[in-house]
Design a protein around this ligand. Structure first.
Ligand code: FES
Length: 155
């Protein structure tokens, strides 16, 4: 993973080249940036502004709107714990507490940078509440044991 701003801008330029420069490709480009850098760094937003003519403020407007994008680094694999109504009624808060205990503070990558967790809104899996996504795959019903397994791999 490139770690300085110049390398990030270069990499984002090539992602834009393979995806498309039109503003309609912004979300797709941002998903690629998120997958590669585990967040949308400022240097990436600068490259997007330069190459796609999308102001940095607009890029971060999109980033803050979508749960799958983040301004700050997250783990390469993210556990998203639903805290909406159906899941709350099925113990989402105690599962979030378990995630905090086993995986660390919400939104902060594990020591190896491989995992982090966050709360999220309804995932459309209410019939299997309490629900979560891990690596964008459904994990429902979510159990403390499932969180423990994720934690063991990245302790
Ligand atoms: S309320 Fe949690 S998946 Fe719908």
């Amino acid at each position: 993973m490139p770690d300085d701003d110049r390398e990030i801008r270069e990499r984002v330029r090539s992602l834009i080249e393979e995806t498309g420069r039109e503003r309609t490709h912004l979300l797709e480009v941002l998903h690629k940036v998120q997958r590669e850098f585990h967040h949308v760094p400022r240097a990436a937003a600068d490259a997007i502004e330069h190459e796609m003519l999308v102001p940095v403020a607009d890029t971060y407007g999109v980033v803050t709107f979508y749960d799958l994008l983040s301004e700050r680094p997250v783990g390469a694999n993210v556990l998203r714990v639903c805290e909406d109504v159906a899941c709350s009624l099925h113990g989402a808060e105690s599962l979030a507490a378990e995630a905090e205990k086993l995986l660390g503070p919400e939104g902060r990558p594990s020591g190896d940078g491989q995992v982090s967790w966050t709360r999220c809104a309804c995932l459309g899996l209410c019939d299997k509440a309490p629900a979560a996504l891990y690596r964008e795959e459904p994990l429902a019903p979510l159990t403390p044991a499932a969180i423990g397994k994720i934690g063991e791999r990245h302790a």
